[in-house]
Design a protein around this ligand. Structure first.
Ligand SMILES: Cc1ncc(COP(=O)(O)O)c(C=O)c1O
Length: 474
């Protein structure tokens, strides 16, 4: 365990903040944002009569009007209905084409229906989807996971949320400790216990959480990312089973680890007998071993989901030899019965076949090199737009993932980031781009590069953003 030498994390974050220091950045006027939103919403409604009518029909049977409630959270007057997705091309119900930089919020990071994965799906569709027994692919995929992510022992789940829940259980079981620790404003999926914030000065369940009667702060400790002193103090009583963390916070804008923070996290957890879980579900954008792989961080457990089977529900979690040995020992003493870990459709032959295809084709150093080269161009292009217009924004990149935030300096932690997010500007920019055929991730300003993304796509986005900011300034 411990941290191997590697390039300092900052080297991978790309465009330096210093670039902006000598420009006088001015905020965008609120009135201008409001006016753009009104214009773009009217244009959206006018452009999309078929989506409009589909949304009215769907509302008769779907709670919230859509199969999953956050589909209406994009802020448009009604959701866009997508007929077809291929590579980075989306076609909506009115026949409009889009370049997709959202890519299913990472689920389609390797493109929509990527050819090798679609071919595997078509081939394997004839051979059965799920049997409750392993398929021959299991042996190969296990080896691939160890090779890519560095941990030897793995399990499959249907979603990254499931994987995180399972890992938390295992960590509690083998340490005999009840508490866990997360970073303020983290997101690890639908994992109730991680929804504890300190925004109002003390740990409390996120008021947004629905139907949760327990006082989650009893067993969840929460500190700010990059706060070594708070982390050390929280771990000192040696009652924390595990820390669950993304190496870069990616769900509240993007919050980078400061130099040495992750290394310190590794050292402090080890010292406190606390297991370290790295959730690489989004940070897989860093490279074929995730962010941990890029910096040589050795966690005790890792979670990886979303694109691991090309966007078909599948996720994995892995353990170090040491943690796996502790699990084996624990199982010798365990009471027989339902474990509370695992769901029927997990580890199915179709998941294994698709994961094999994704790991062999896309989770490779060569494949990532091309994505990262293009992501750098996007980052530079956005930085140039920010500088040209003197807006008080910044851009940040982690591998193939680029994010611009509408605040002048990088937030140091989740609390700062949550305060800095400017919902109205984000929405105005999203809608402007959407009406001009470019999709970026809703809720914040994330853009992913996939193997199907081209320089022309990237330039289209940069030009669109340039036009958008020009209009916002006028
Ligand atoms: C870092 C991280 N972990 C886990 C999840 C949960 O993934 P899923 O919704 O596929 O369960 C997410 C979802 O956005 C995530 O961002």
């Amino acid at each position: 365990m411990g941290v191997e030498a590697g390039p300092p994390p900052r080297a991978r974050h790309g465009y330096r903040q210093q670039k902006y220091r000598n420009i006088v950045a001015r905020p965008i006027a609120e009135a201008s944002v409001k006016a753009m939103l009104a214009r773009e919403n009217a244009l959206f409604t006018q452009r999309n009569p078929n989506s409009h009518s589909l949304s009215e029909k769907a509302a008769r049977n779907w709670l919230h009007g859509v199969p999953m409630h956050w589909m209406v959270d994009w802020g448009t007057p009604f959701p866009l209905f997508i007929e077809k997705a291929q590579g980075v091309d989306l076609t909506d119900a009115d026949g409009h084409g889009y370049i997709d930089f959202c890519l299913g919020d990472t689920g389609a990071m390797f493109g929509h229906s990527p050819k090798p994965v679609a071919e595997t799906l078509a081939r394997e569709a004839a051979n059965g989807f799920t049997t409750m027994l392993p398929s021959p692919d299991a042996a190969v995929v296990g080896e691939l996971l160890e090779d890519r992510f560095g941990l030897p022992f793995w399990q499959v789940t249907a979603t990254a949320s499931d994987a995180n829940r399972a890992v938390l259980r295992w960590c509690r079981a083998i340490t005999g400790r009840k508490k866990i620790l997360v970073f303020n404003r983290c997101y690890h999926g639908a994992v109730d216990e991680t929804y504890v914030t300190i925004d109002r000065g003390r740990p409390e369940a996120d008021p947004a959480l629905i139907g949760e009667p327990r006082d989650l702060s009893e067993l969840t400790k929460v500190v700010e990312f990059n706060d070594v002193a708070a982390l050390e103090a929280a771990l000192a009583p040696r009652d924390v089973a595990c820390v669950l963390a993304e190496p870069v916070m990616t769900n509240v804008g993007m919050v980078l680890p400061e130099d040495g923070f992750l290394e310190k996290l590794r050292i402090l957890t080890e010292k406190a007998g606390t297991l370290l879980i790295m959730d690489e579900t989004h940070c897989i954008s860093s490279g074929p071993g995730g962010y941990s792989g890029e910096i040589g961080l050795k966690p005790d457990a890792m979670v990886m989901g979303k694109p691991i089977a090309g966007g078909i529900p599948a996720a994995v979690y892995g353990f170090s030899s040491d943690a796996a040995e502790r699990i084996r020992k624990f199982l010798e003493t365990r009471t027989p019965g339902h474990s509370g870990i695992g769901t029927t459709l997990s580890g199915s032959r179709i998941q294994l076949a698709l994961m094999r295809s994704v790991l062999e084709t896309y989770v490779t150093r060569e494949a990532f090199a091309a994505l990262i080269a293009l992501a750098k161009k996007l980052e530079k292009g956005i930085a140039d737009v920010i500088i040209k217009h003197g807006v008080d924004w910044h851009v940040v990149r982690v591998g193939a993932r680029v994010e611009f935030m509408c605040c002048p300096t990088r937030p140091r932690n989740g609390g700062e980031a949550a305060k800095a997010i400017h919902g109205a500007i984000d929405e105005a920019v999203h809608h402007f781009l959407l009406n001009r055929g470019v999709v970026i991730t809703p809720f914040h300003n994330m853009m992913l590069i996939s193997p199907s993304t081209t320089e022309v796509h990237v330039q289209t986005l940069i030009d669109g953003l340039d036009r958008c900011v020009t209009e916002l300034r006028s």
